[in-house]
Design a protein around this ligand. Structure first.
Ligand code: NAD
Length: 317
């Protein structure tokens, strides 16, 4: 992988893709070359122009342009936020099948370009689309990552911080499982600094309650539905999550993020991509952190694995 030049190719310049690109430009110094690709070439060109016009106000300079698949050859990371929306009368599996075709039209030319970096997927259903990327690319699992429950985890830390009146950065908690309805919070693993939140509830039952925690978990799980109801789509949060993951990779941070990664026996499962705390560095997935879940949490995780497995098995690849 290239060390002095940090090149990212974004495929899919819709709301999610461009929120990511905008976050990159504003945060500065994460990468210094950004290529925009979309099936709608004119859109990609317009987005490149618009972003370039903001560079005079940005923290650092960047080369930004609308490109072609051959530009993927020497990229460090390919971010995929391309996809089609559900049509009326279409099932989730129909949508999945159509997005699989979209991914085939993307992964094939990317591989043909000679690309040898890391895939980062945001397209929904993200865990399954990440697995589709893995299957179509035949890359090693450490180099295929999905955004998983990274945004859900950020939402959780914000809400818990607000509830406990603590900076969310001092809340250590994860949402794990499918980025979807079967995701959950293993409360046995939620800490304020190094103090378990379950112990905080036990010590001060007048101020803090388990029911409130459950409500927060529900708010996290339904956040996307609420935002979509209000403004049709969600994009800023996921754009920032993508920028955070890209920064962790290009900066070789070895940061723990709840990305969608392939399980190889961790949590008692294999061959499934799912949101789990994962150490992310320059080569992608360094290690999956296996949490010490309670029996009940293990069962919930298993159900989530099954949802993803069943959905993937219905697909024609
Ligand atoms: P959008 O419709 O605004 O953008 C999609 C883009 O993909 C469009 O520009 C379209 O032209 C492009 N595209 C379609 N087919 C293509 C192809 N074959 N090749 C190249 N580009 C192609 O949608 P959006 O709001 O940006 O959402 C994108 C995806 O991100 C959706 O699947 C959405 O569900 C997902 N999403 C994920 C999360 C998460 O947490 N992972 C959060 C929000 C949205």
């Amino acid at each position: 992988m290239n060390t002095d030049r940090r090149k990212v190719v974004l495929i899919g310049t819709g709301m999610v893709g461009m929120s990511f690109a905008y976050a990159l430009v504003n945060q500065g110094a994460i990468c210094n070359e950004l290529v925009l690709i979309d099936v709608n070439k004119v859109r990609a060109q317009g987005e490149a122009m618009d972003l370039n016009h903001g560079l005079a106000f940005a923290k650092s300079n960047m080369k930004i342009y609308a490109g072609e698949y051959h530009d993927c050859k020497d990229a460090d990371i390919i971010v995929i936020a391309a996809g089609v929306a559900q049509k009326e009368g279409e099932s989730r599996l129909d949508l999945l099948q159509r997005n699989t075709e979209v991914f085939r039209s993307i992964i094939t030319p990317v591989i043909k370009s000679g690309f040898d970096g890391i895939f980062l997927v945001a397209t929904n259903p993200v865990d399954i689309m990440t697995r589709v990327t893995y299957e179509l690319s035949r890359f090693g699992a450490s180099r295929v990552i999905g955004t998983g429950t990274s945004l859900d985890t950020a939402r959780l830390r914000y809400l818990l911080g607000d509830y406990l009146t603590v900076d969310p950065r001092n809340i250590h908690a994860y949402v794990i499982g499918e980025h979807g309805d079967s995701e959950f919070v293993p409360f046995s693993q939620v800490m304020l600094a190094t103090k378990p939140v379950m112990k905080i509830i036990e010590d001060d039952r007048n101020s803090y309650k388990m029911e409130d925690m459950k409500l927060i978990e529900e708010q996290v799980r339904t956040a996307a539905y609420k935002i979509i109801e209000a403004k049709k789509a969600t994009y800023y949060g996921i754009g920032m999550a993508l920028a955070r993951i890209v920064k962790a990779i290009l900066g070789d941070e070895n940061s723990v993020l709840t990305v969608s990664a392939k399980l190889c026996g961790e949590y008692g499962a294999r061959d499934v991509f799912i949101g789990v705390p994962t150490i992310i560095g320059r080569n992608g997935v360094k290690e999956i952190v296996e949490l010490d879940l309670t029996e009940d949490e293990k069962e919930r995780f298993k159900s989530s694995v099954n949802v993803l497995r069943e959905n993937f098995e219905g697909l024609e690849l």
